[in-house]
Design a protein. Structure first.
Length: 324
């Protein structure tokens, strides 16, 4: 029997990443298609199915090369019913029957999972995890996502909402409003958006001159990358902002570690591209707040898979299902 592939899909608000992946987790082919949010999201799964069929033809493969399709989607998942709850930006109505829709359009067995959980599974399988079965992933992007893996399995929670690390309350009083409706969530200070917001607050209330202010004056706006780049060059205001960000991240990561004592907490997502510069600052606060036995056994590290984590984690879902 020739080697089978798994289709791994990482569904995003604007683009969908798709990959054919071997049972050993090697990516054979990966590509992206636009996510079509019109018509209440009714075209999303049929577009994915079409993209997969076209790619198989291009690669000279038959449909039976694929043994299943795993998908990460941006929202909480009801695993028993295979539905995705509450995903407004994809056009789907509440409780969209994603698993059934995927199986119908692709004619493949499907599994679905929250996208941040998929990223965590990807890092466990082929990334920073390196075989670790107890691992927590914090994805720092436009928002902050999280995935908790205990003994090789995602901790899903009674309503599919476990591991929402971005919505851990980091600032209990007078915190900024979060997209989820609460205030003071970790996401409001540790996401790219949150970092820019903190930096703009500081720039607006101080008169300091520096590289970050020069960028603001020249372009009328700043990005999270500007904050990191200027901090690396010694910009005082940018360094102060990153100290606040690192404090909250280190504090939350330490308390997650105090609760779960995983072998590692992995920082991923676009913001983590700041690399060891960010990691070392977060570690400084992590060791301060971690319980001794936890500090000595849980490590903080950077994700290694970048954008591939989601499709790999989605493929792992199918592999894991077959092994059960
Ligand atoms: Zn929130």
């Amino acid at each position: 029997m020739s080697e089978k592939w798994i289709a791994g899909v990482d569904l995003g608000g604007t683009t969908t990443k798709i990959a054919f992946i071997t049972m050993d987790g090697e990516i054979v082919e990966k590509w992206e298609v636009p996510t079509d949010n019109t018509n209440e999201g009714q075209n999303i799964t049929s577009n994915i199915s079409k993209a997969i069929d076209e790619k198989l033809i291009e690669l000279g493969q038959m449909k039976d090369k694929l043994i299943g399709i795993g998908m990460g989607a941006p929202g909480p998942v009801d695993y028993e019913k295979g539905i995705i709850l509450n995903v407004v930006n994809l056009g789907w109505r509440d409780n969209y029957p994603l698993k059934a829709s995927l199986e119908k359009t692709t004619m493949l067995p499907a599994t679905i999972e929250n996208d941040a959980n998929c990223a965590a599974l990807g890092e466990m399988w082929k990334g920073a995890g390196n075989g670790a079965k107890d691992l927590v992933c914090i994805t720092l992007g436009t928002g902050v996502g999280g995935g908790v893996i205990a003994n090789g399995n995602i901790v899903q929670g009674v309503n599919g909402a476990a591991g929402e690390i971005g919505h851990i309350t980091a600032i209990p009083f007078d915190g900024a409003p979060c997209n989820c409706g609460k205030t003071g969530c970790l996401e409001t200070v540790a996401s790219a958006t949150g970092i820019v917001r903190l930096a703009m607050e500081e720039l607006n209330k101080s008169e300091t001159t520096g590289e970050l202010r020069k960028i603001l004056n020249a372009y009328g706006k700043i990005t999270a990358k500007d904050v990191f780049d200027t901090a690396k060059n010694g910009d005082v205001l940018a360094l102060e902002v990153l100290d606040v960000v690192s404090f909250h991240l280190g504090f939350v990561a330490a308390n997650i570690a105090n609760t779960l004592n995983p072998s590692m907490i992995v920082l991923g997502g676009g913001v983590s591209k700041a690399g060891s510069f960010l990691l070392e600052k977060v570690k400084g606060y992590f060791v301060k707040f971690a319980f001794t036995a936890v500090r000595e056994s849980t490590t903080l590290s950077l994700a290694t898979l970048g954008n591939d984590a989601g499709v790999l984690g989605a493929a792992w879902l199918i592999k894991n299902k077959l092994n059960q």
